[in-house]
Ligand binder design. Structure first.
Ligand SMILES: Nc1ncnc2c1ncn2[C@@H]1O[C@H](COP(=O)(O)OP(=O)(O)OP(=O)(O)O)[C@@H](O)[C@H]1O
Ligand SMILES: [Mg+2]
Length: 305
């Protein structure tokens, strides 16, 4: 953050929304979903990995980015131990294509290393190289899922505001609910995000999910003037817990179990959302244009201070 504020630079492609004409000349849109939560341990990583697997089974080309820079563990669920990570990329020793790791299921993984710096402390130059290389990789991708850490860190708000869609994972327990609300509040008020998908996880069933969603969405509408959409729900499923304990995905090891079926339903919903929004919002560069636009605004505020 410091480096950005003291050395602002002019970014040539600063418009957050590409025009339809621009989009028409670019490769088919890659849709970016950031998966986040207020509280830790509510099932984000399992959701990202299982949704990615379900999307691949639906013949989508999927890339996942592990943006949990504190506790990266997406690689475990995807059955790989990457040789290089985003830390090597940001150290300048590897390109993104060097670190992009194919997984047995066909999901492409951009792995994170635990304990690397906050993304917001990267320089603009590093971010532009990231943008350019990621856009080249995204030519072969339909949907990108970003697994973030929990809570309200700079890195979380950074990836969440940059993605086209924000998915907030919530469990039916008071602390998960209040922390989700706190995160939505920050994203809606400080970052002007207007659209949130709620993924109710670890619920008893549809009614439990709808109750959780209704309470959260009524609160957000009343106090934040923000409307939430229910993306779907994943039942509490011992089969998922068992698979997770072995670093496995229910979608592949127990496709008939209730949580696996639910992930498939949610994946189809994501596909429809991505298809409906593709023209409106453009491709993966949207993700990074927004990151760069946010820097520019911050830099201008610092100059005018
Ligand atoms: N639907 C579910 N049914 C049963 N258990 C679940 C379900 N969802 C998540 N869990 C349990 O919660 C654990 C934590 O899940 P996961 O690691 O995906 O959470 P996370 O949000 O990524 O955590 P962190 O914030 O630490 O990154 C899983 O290992 C699993 O045991
Ligand atoms: Mg996680």
């Amino acid at each position: 953050m410091q480096a950005l504020e003291t050395s602002p630079m002019t970014v040539p492609f600063i418009n957050a929304r590409p025009t339809p004409e621009m989009t028409a000349f670019q490769h088919p849109a890659t849709h970016v979903f950031a998966v986040t939560s207020g509280k830790g341990g509510v099932g984000k990583t399992n959701a990202v990995a299982n949704l990615a697997a379900a999307l691949v089974l639906e013949k989508k080309r999927v890339m996942v980015m592990d943006a949990d820079l504190g506790l990266a563990n997406l690689d475990l669920f995807l059955g790989v131990s990457p040789q290089y990570t985003l830390a090597d990329f940001f150290a300048g020793t590897k390109s993104l294509s060097d670190i992009l790791t194919p997984t047995p299921l066909g999901i492409m993984l951009l792995p994170a290393a635990s304990g690397i710096q906050e993304v917001t402390s990267l320089t603009d130059a590093q971010k532009i190289v990231f943008l350019t290389e990621l856009d080249a990789l995204a030519h072969d991708v339909d949907i990108m899922l970003v697994d973030t850490s929990s809570g309200i860190s700079d890195t979380v708000t950074y990836f969440a505001t940059a993605a086209q869609e924000i998915i907030v994972v919530v469990m039916p327990e008071p602390s998960s609910f209040t922390d989700a609300y706190a995160l939505i509040k920050v994203l809606a008020s400080a970052h002007r995000e207007k659209r949130f998908w709620i993924l109710a996880n670890n619920v008893e069933g549809k009614r439990d999910a709808e109750r959780l969603y209704d309470t959260l969405s009524r609160t957000a509408l009343r106090f934040l003037n923000t409307s939430l959409d229910l993306l779907g729900w994943i039942p509490r499923d011992p089969e998922l817990a068992r698979a997770a304990a072995h670093g496995q995905l229910v979608v592949t090891v127990s496709p008939q179990c209730p949580s696996a079926q639910a992930f498939t339903r949610v994946a189809r919903r994501l596909m429809h959302s991505a298809a409906a929004e593709a023209w409106e919002k453009g491709n993966v560069q949207f993700f990074f244009r927004r990151i760069l636009a946010a820097h520019e605004k911050r830099a201008v505020r610092v100059i005018n201070r």
